[in-house]
Design a protein. Structure first.
Length: 85
């Protein structure tokens, strides 16, 4: 069995305010050629700072290590739904 949590790390809220946070700007900001993108107004996320940081295609930002040391989840309940056969 497998449990998959779909967690949107960028998007409607965080993507468009990324450049307002000094921490986020230091991780990946306009100095790296990206910008904050509102996905509700634009479809091209290739220049989005948040998306680039999360994807970290070349290991440029050390995102895996960053999340391993800082991200955690406190899950209080899980509901499981099954289709009737």
């Amino acid at each position: 069995q497998q449990l998959i949590l779909n967690i949107g790390l960028c998007g409607d809220w965080s993507g468009k305010i990324w450049d307002m946070s000094p921490t986020c700007r230091a991780l990946n900001g306009p100095q790296n050629g990206c910008r904050a993108v509102d996905p509700l107004l634009e479809g091209d996320l290739s220049n989005d700072c948040c998306t680039q940081f999360v994807e970290d295609k070349n290991g440029t930002f050390g995102t895996d290590e960053y999340f391993k040391s800082r991200a955690f989840f406190n899950i209080s309940s899980v509901k499981v739904f099954q289709q009737r056969t």
